[in-house]
Unconditional design. Structure first.
Ligand code: MLT
Ligand code: ZN
Length: 452
């Protein structure tokens, strides 16, 4: 009898079917070290046709698959629960020439965000999504999770950049919509259905992406404010007065301390502050004056430092962007990515420490995130064996403040049990029917997104 592995080898080449423990290992644990599971084998197709062959072989063998991009996901959706065939899309790394007239480009799912940005910039354009994991995060994974990042304020999240895609369904049929038409009103928007479906409906193999103008002149301000309320006052002023605003981020003293000791950064200000806001403006000509004008007129500003040269921008962004790495170096965090209406943000931040302390007094909450969207990354360290109880308490608090349990990281395996805090039974029922129609065998990313 032929084994599944024997059927996969001719499909992708024997060197790209990894069965040995040490070869599989790098794919089996997520970046945060919170999720790990043994794969039956790791398969690395290099084209849509090879993905089709892999999916057909797995379907014939009744073997479920889990799909992985750059393995930078934060909700355990890209690593096996145990026994699945892991399909790595890293080799789908083809980049087509930029279409400057349409301001679009078609790329493979395994292309990293950094490679896409470099490619777009070489053509005088840019890509609208940016995030700290740019060197590893891949286009396919970013589409599957509808990734957000630091420029959602200006260009929207990943979904808004996706004009069309190519994707392999669970039966091996291929949806191809890469024509790039700006307007196309011909029925169900399958591209947008697949985007954000976390690999549960189809495997994205290529994408047609919208590009945005390249804005080479940037100015960043790191601003000390009294707390969340003052940060929101600053945000309101920035939104009203800065037409070139491209990012508005927040972090707190707990995060700053971790980042400073991890990245060996100096204190940004002489004294402490209740919260820190990063504002960035981007334009064709230097926007520094606009940002300085805002800082001098806004009463919420306690102290500020501004940069517009490359080294200065990197230096100021490091205080915000090094959070994930600094937290991870301090331990294995419980990571909760939530979003509340801006009017609820102050109360949420104020209630968090007591909510977590009721579960376990040893835990520390480090909030930071995308102020403009009310999107906080609540990273909890030292929760010990109470991680699940902390998750439950925090997500219920967020729901009580009319928020969502996942703002930009997705639901994955990590939050599937809490989906009903953000979606009605009718919505979950409709999602299940869509899943059953497109993947009746439950082959693609089982256990991800929809509770078991
Ligand atoms: C970020 O915005 O830096 C990441 O999405 C957050 C995280 O690591 O929790
Ligand atoms: Zn984020």
């Amino acid at each position: 009898m032929t084994s599944l592995e024997d059927a996969l080898r001719p499909a992708v080449g024997a060197a790209h079917v990894l069965v040995d423990d040490d070869l599989r290992a790098p794919y089996e644990t997520d970046w945060t070290r919170r999720f790990t599971g043994a794969a039956r084998c790791v398969v690395r197709p290099a084209s849509t046709a090879e993905v089709v062959a892999v999916v057909r072989a797995c379907a014939a063998a009744g073997a479920p698959v889990v799909v992985q991009g750059g393995n930078t996901g934060l909700v355990g959706a890209g690593v096996p629960a145990g026994g699945e065939v892991l399909v790595s899309l890293a080799r789908l790394a083809e980049v087509e020439p930029v279409d400057a007239v349409e301001a679009q480009v078609t790329v493979g799912a395994g292309v990293t965000l950094e490679k896409l940005q470099t490619h777009a910039r070489a053509a005088g354009l840019d890509f609208g999504v940016d995030l700290a994991a740019r060197s590893s995060a891949t286009v396919g994974g970013m589409i599957a999770t509808n990734a957000g990042g630091i420029r959602v304020l200006r260009h929207g999240s990943m979904r808004a950049q996706v004009v069309g895609l190519e994707a392999v369904l669970a039966d091996g049929s291929v949806l191809t919509r890469l024509g790039g038409l700006a307007k196309d009103n011909t029925g169900y928007d399958l591209t947008q259905l697949v985007a954000g479906s976390e690999g549960t409906l189809a495997i994205v193999t290529r994408a047609r992406l919208r590009l945005v103008p390249l804005l080479p002149a940037r100015a960043v301000a790191l601003v000390a404010v009294a707390g969340t309320d003052a940060a929101l006052d600053l945000l309101a002023a920035a939104r009203a007065e800065l037409a070139t605003l491209s990012a508005a981020e927040i972090f707190y003293p707990e995060g700053l301390d971790l980042v400073r000791s991890h990245a060996r950064l100096p204190a940004p200000f002489d004294g402490p502050a209740g919260a820190y806001v990063v504002l960035e403006c981007a334009a064709r000509t230097d926007p520094t004056d606009h940002i300085l004008e805002l800082l001098s007129s806004c009463k919420a500003v306690e102290d500020a430092t501004v940069a517009s040269d490359r080294a200065g921008l990197e230096r100021l962004w490091a205080y915000r962007e090094a959070h994930t790495e600094a937290i991870s170096a301090a331990g294995v965090p419980t990571k909760l990515d939530v979003c509340v209406p801006l009017g609820e943000l102050t109360a949420l931040v104020a209630e968090l420490p007591a909510t977590v302390a009721r579960v376990t007094p040893t835990a520390r909450v480090i909030p930071f995130g995308h102020l403009n969207e009310g999107n906080l990354h609540l990273n909890v360290l030292d929760a010990g064996d109470r991680s699940e109880e902390v998750t439950d308490a925090v997500l219920r608090l967020v729901a009580a403040h009319r928020g969502t349990i996942s703002s930009e990281h997705g639901v994955g395996r990590a939050k599937a049990p809490w989906l009903s805090l953000s979606r009605t039974p009718e919505e979950i029922g409709a999602m299940r029917r869509i899943k059953a129609a497109l993947d009746p065998q439950g082959m693609l990313n089982p256990g991800v997104l929809l509770p078991g």
